[in-house]
Write a protein that binds this ligand. Structure first.
Ligand code: PMP
Ligand code: GLN
Length: 390
């Protein structure tokens, strides 16, 4: 049947026209279509502890959370989040007015950027950056300014002068992510202090994405909200997905002083209103895990990091050993073409990776990201396949 021509209205580009599909879905689909090992999208291939999974099933069957939960999130979870922030970082948040449960960290980031900026404002990000940041800034009608992280002395870091230069009278928010995806860097106290000093001097807000807070192998995770004068200007965001290996549950949260949190909540209520009902109950219980759980989880992941990075180095790839997260990045060199390389890789080797080009505003295409949150045997098989590249 002949189709009528599209209406002029349907042809208008919309705010995210230039973004296209997220790389993660595209590369996971490519892995499926080619039967490749998927070291692209960052999700573990082993689900979280079975007692946490059982808590969620029980919540559903007991009728807890099957109907709309409270707008801020269930009180048990807000209390558990506040207790977690206090016991790990000495940060005090009132569960009644300073903690908001969201649909993953993704929604918290979107609501924070939409709630804290106005069209024409500027948001500073550190590139390479997690892909939703650029889309959220564009949705808000704001402009992003990227400060580049570069490998230096064994880890990725930024030049404080470049950060200072990126801040203008229109800058409203610094969007920070530590531990950092994709580089695996953990911002040091000195780096955080440099950001905090500028935030205080220029009266900026900080949105701090800390979803990898418990996936740290070397170094220490320091929430920027814990630095002097920062609690009142920071929205701290995290999520259960990585910490408890349940990325599909989408339980996230934002913590901030009441005036700031209210701005985030006012957006969140119209994005989803609420979400993840029964899973909120399970995560309230999960956050009461013994400190040992977090230590053993990180130690297990560190073994996977070592397995992958040692294998890559042995094969002659250039890679820095990441301090944290799920990810290791290889450097194809100054003329490297990561996007092309990643599109060919499933066909040539049966492995999927992510071209870091999609995380940059600058024209940087030499880096490729591999996820190592997979069973050891899967990582070994991926390495055997990569070896065939020769
Ligand atoms: N921030 C970063 C840096 C991430 O890598 C991810 C992806 N897992 C998210 C936020 C999104 O977290 P969630 O799945 O909880 O929405
Ligand atoms: N955070 C995960 C990654 O960086 C994927 C999240 C997503 O698919 N949006 O790979």
């Amino acid at each position: 049947m002949p189709q009528p021509p599209p209406s002029a209205a349907s042809q208008r580009p919309g705010r995210l026209a230039q973004f296209g599909a997220t790389i993660f879905g595209e590369m996971s689909a490519l892995a499926g279509a080619t039967g490749s090992i998927n070291l692209g999208q960052g999700f573990p291939d082993t689900d979280g502890p079975s007692w946490i999974l059982a808590e969620a099933s029980r919540a559903i069957l007991d009728g807890r959370g099957n109907q709309y939960p409270p707008a801020l999130g269930i009180p048990e979870l807000r209390q558990a989040i506040a207790d977690h922030q206090q016991s790990y970082y000495g940060l005090r948040f009132d569960p009644g007015s300073e903690v908001l449960v969201t649909v993953g960290a993704t929604e918290a980031i979107a609501a924070a950027i939409l709630g804290l900026t106005e069209p024409g404002d500027e948001v500073v990000v550190f590139e390479p950056y997690y892909d939703s940041y650029a889309a959220c800034v564009a949705l808000a009608g704001a402009t992003r300014r990227a400060v580049t992280l570069r490998p230096e002395a064994g880890r990725w870091s930024f030049d404080p002068a470049e950060l200072e230069a990126a801040i203008t009278p229109r800058t409203r928010v610094v969007l920070l992510n530590s531990p950092h995806n994709p580089t695996g860097t953990v911002f040091s106290r000195g780096e955080l202090e440099a950001i905090a000093r500028l935030a205080r001097e220029r009266d900026l807000l900080v949105v701090s994405d800390e979803v990898y807070e418990h996936l740290v192998f070397d170094g220490e995770h320091i929430p920027i909200a814990s630095l002097p004068g920062m609690a009142e200007r920071t929205v701290t965001i995290s999520s259960a997905g990585k910490t408890f290996s349940v990325t599909g549950w989408k339980v996230g949260w934002a913590c901030a002083r009441p005036g700031l949190l209210e701005k985030v909540r006012s957006v969140k209520q119209f994005l989803t209103y609420v979400g993840s009902g029964p899973f909120q109950h399970a995560i309230a219980a999960a956050l009461r895990s013994e400190p040992n759980y977090y230590r053993e989880f990180a130690a297990n992941l560190q073994g996977k990091r070592d397995l992958l990075t040692e294998g890559l180095l042995k094969q002659g790839f250039s890679t820095l050993v990441p301090q944290a997260t799920y990810f290791a990045t290889i450097d194809l060199g100054p003329g490297g073409r990561g996007q092309e390389w990643c599109r060919a890789l499933p066909h040539q080797a049966g492995v999927v990776a992510i071209p870091a080009r999609v995380f940059y505003d600058s024209d940087v295409d030499r880096y490729v990201r591999f996820a190592f949150c997979k069973q050891d045997e899967v990582l070994r098989e991926a390495l055997r396949r990569l070896e065939r590249l020769g």
